[in-house]
Structure formats: C-alpha cells, structure tokens
Design a protein around this ligand. Structure first.
Ligand code: PLP
Length: 452
C-alpha cells in the first residue's frame, strides 16, 4: 500500500490528480498544484506528508468534535467489527448498537424527542426528512401539504434533495435544481443584508418572510420549514435573537412542521447539545450527522418529536431506508463519541469555559483593518473581510476571491480555516485547549497581516 512505500509528496499528488475526482474542488487547479496530503492526526492537530504540523481549525468538516485519536472510539469500533461488522435494520430486524444508540439519543436530545431514523450522512437525513414530512401529512389526510420552505444560502447537503433544500445558487445551476416543491426565502444575514435596520428588527423581518410566503402560497400546501440554527457553509450566519422564536410562532400558528438542521450545530457546537436549545425554539424534527460520531465513521439520523413519531409509527410502512441505516460499527462509534461528550462534560465546557475564552479573542480580531465583523457562538465563528469597514464593500473581482487567498495563507501558516466568498470560517474541535486557542488566534492575526 502507499503507507509502505516511500513515494514523494509530488508522486502522491500526481496519482491522486490522475485518479481521484474530488468533491467541491476546482479540478483544473488541482491538476496543476495537487492536493494537500494529510497523513496523521492527534487532538486538534494534523500532519501532512511534508511533515508540517497544522491546527485543524475546522474540525475536519465541522465534525470532529471530540478531536482526533480517541482510543475509546477506536476500540469500540474494533470490538463491534469483530462481533458483528454489518447487519441491517430493515424488515423487523435490529441489533445491539442500534438499540443502544437510539436510546442514548433519546437521552441527550431535548424533551419530547424519543425516536430516531438512522441514515449515513447529513444529506441522507435531509432527503429522509423531505419524504417523511410528506408521508406525515398524507397520513393525516392532508396530502396536499407538500411544499417545504427553506432559505437562500442555506446548506442541507449535496444529494438532489439536500441541494434542493439548500439555497446555494452554484449548486442549483449544476443539475437543474431545485426539485419541485421547494421554496426559498430570505436568510437572517444581518451584516450582509440588514441595511440600516437593527439586528432585532431585521431578525423579525426575515422571520416574517415565512409568514408572507405562507400567505402567498397557502399554508394548506406547505408541509414544513427547514433551517440551520446557524448557517454554517453559508458563512456562519448567526441569526439575531428575535429570529427563531418568531419562526416558531409562525410554524405553530400556521400548522407547518419546524425542522432544525442540526448537522453542524448538534452535539455541542454552540455550547448547547443542540442549536435549537441555544436559540430557544422547539423543532418537530431534527437532522443530525457529523458530530454524532465526531466523524470516526459516517452516520446520521433524523430525530422526530413524539408528535411526529406517533403519526409515522401508526402509518404503516415508510417505504424508505438505506443499506447502512444503523450500521453497527458506525453506531458503536457514535455511542463511544456521545459517552465522551457526556463523561468529559464537553458541552458545558464549550458554554462556560473554552467558548467564552475563544469568543473574547476572536471578537477582538474586529480591530484588524481587514475585518468588517467578527462573530462567534459556542465554538463556531467567522470573519467578514472587507477593504472598507465603513461601506462593507467587496474587493474588485480582478483580485480573485480574497477568502480563498486568505485561506491558503492560513494553511501555509499552520492553520486550517475555511472560506466562503470573503468570509473566513473557524470551528475547532470542542476539546481545544486554552493554549491551542491562543495559537489559533495568533496564526489568524498573522494571516490577516500577510493578506492585508
Ligand atoms: N446539513 C448541514 C447543515 C450541513 O452543514 C451539511 C454538511 O456540511 C449537511 C447537511 C450535509 O451533510 P453530509 O455532507 O454529511 O451529507
């Protein structure tokens, strides 16, 4: 295997470029430069094939919440692999790790959530939800309630269903999306779209876009509203405090289901177990993935409230499922991961200790001439880069995407950040130490100095 050979980084890159089609990657650029080859990990650190040490400021893809190298998870997976590496949960069968994980999820999710449908990823969770909410309303003799309202610039995955719920125009442009029956409304992006309204007023305005849309299309045709508590991939859009309670009011009054996409925010990212708890709303359904297993193995789930579960459970066959719904080894990884979150009180630590510690330093980056806004909740944050703080202008197009340029400088300085447009994103593992936060922020400032 490649592990046992002494191929150079250049040779590895050439093989990769010749044979591997990468997700969300400019393939032409890849052919010229090659990909970074990551070979090792521990805690919050990665090492590449050239021996560089890198702080993983993105927890992989916002998922390695408990950090790398957790022997408890590795051992649990190995044990399960020996015992029962695979069996399915179709046709009235189950197995021990699925039973245990389902019960554990009922324990750590908000009151009134007691049942889970297992999937393999966040995209599969959201695809499941599209079918599930329509199945739900059909079972209640309201089959015409089909439309799902989502937001511009939201991200709900990459499958046909997930990318359709998402409001990413470049994704819609490839493949003729969205699929029918999905309507997008404004996002609660105050920095970019709030104009001269206060954040509170703008939050109410954005939420009432839902009400106006329901007036227009008729709530009797609408199944649900879906949103991320904090829009992650869209640039860590943290909604004003007024937004979610107003969304909940409208969903309740108009009798549509409220879906919280907790794929990033779930399992501690905001300093609460789930983002909805941080923002003070009670969804009917939650999409989960990523932090459920801290990425050690792929697994996701759709957690349904008792109100939804009762209808679904009495509606006969749900003609839906994945070969890997409740994969035993993935369940074992998730169980061990959630036990670490519980035993080490990691979520409380994000809320009371390391979250506030990092927020203070992160928000202080707003004094940099390049930073229009610094924002952070729990351990997920962003920097809005601009050449002009007063006007919040963008850079001229001929410079290229400044976010991407800054991201590459950051990587060379030993820190993984993510960029979307000219927004820099950070979401380190929840186990990051105080000293590692100091390092991370120091490298961020150095990166901004070099980019400016
Ligand atoms: N939902 C949200 C909020 C996400 O951030 C993501 C991935 O980033 C997804 C869904 C899709 O998850 P996956 O990539 O596991 O399919």
């Amino acid at each position: 295997t490649l592990h046992q050979t002494n191929l150079t980084t250049a040779e590895l890159r050439a093989i990769d470029a010749a044979h591997h089609l990468h997700p969300f990657t400019d393939t032409k650029g890849l052919n010229a430069e090659g990909a970074r080859v990551i070979v090792k990990s521990k805690g919050v650190h990665l090492w590449d094939s050239e021996g560089n040490t890198i702080i993983d400021g993105m927890s992989g893809l916002w998922n390695v919440n408990v950090g790398y190298g957790r022997e408890e998870i590795i051992d649990a997976v190995a044990r399960q692999m020996r015992e029962l590496p695979y069996y399915n949960t179709f046709f009235k069968t189950t197995h021990l790790p699925a039973i245990e994980l389902a019960r554990l999820l009922a324990e750590v999710t908000p009151p009134g959530f007691n049942r889970v449908f297992f999937t393999g990823s966040g995209s599969e969770s959201n695809d499941t939800i599209i079918r599930m909410v329509r199945h739900y309303w059909a079972a209640l003799d309201k089959p015409e309630k089909k439309i799902i309202v989502a937001r511009h610039n939201g991200y709900h995955g990459s499958t046909m269903g997930g990318a359709s719920l998402g409001g990413m125009k470049p994704m819609h442009a490839q493949g003729g999306l969205p699929i029918p029956g999905i309507v997008h409304i404004a996002q609660p992006y105050w920095y970019g779209e709030g104009g001269d309204q206060s954040p509170e007023a703008f939050g109410l305005w954005a939420a009432r876009e839902l009400e106006r849309t329901l007036d227009e299309i008729g709530a009797d045709k609408v199944a649900a509203f879906i949103g991320e508590p904090v829009q992650g991939a869209g640039g860590v859009v943290i909604p004003p405090a007024t937004y979610w309670p107003e969304i909940q009011r409208i969903c309740r009054e108009r009798d549509i289901l409220l879906i919280s996409d907790e794929v990033i925010c779930g399992f501690g990212r905001t300093g609460a177990w789930f983002g909805c708890q941080h923002f003070g709303y009670e969804p009917d359904i939650m999409a989960m993935a990523k932090g459920i297993s801290s990425g050690y193995l792929p697994i996701g789930g759709v957690m349904v409230s008792d109100k939804v579960a009762e209808v679904i459970a009495n509606a006969g066959d749900f003609n839906h499922g994945y070969t890997y719904s409740g994969h035993p080894a993935a369940c074992a990884a998730a169980i061990a991961n959630i036990r670490i979150l519980l035993d080490e009180k990691i979520v409380d630590r994000v809320r009371d200790d390391i979250g506030p510690y990092m927020q203070k330093q992160w928000l202080a980056l707003a004094d940099h001439p390049m930073v229009g806004e610094a924002r952070m909740v729990g351990l997920v944050g962003a920097l809005e880069l601009t050449p002009n703080k007063a006007t919040r202008a963008a850079w001229p197009a001929e410079i290229g995407t400044v976010g991407t340029i800054t991201r590459d400088i950051s990587f060379r300085n030993g820190l993984v950040m993510r960029a979307t447009r000219d927004v820099m994103i950070i979401a380190p593992p929840l186990v990051i130490s105080h000293e590692e936060v100091d390092d991370l922020v120091r490298i961020t400032r150095k990166t901004l100095d070099e980019a400016w």
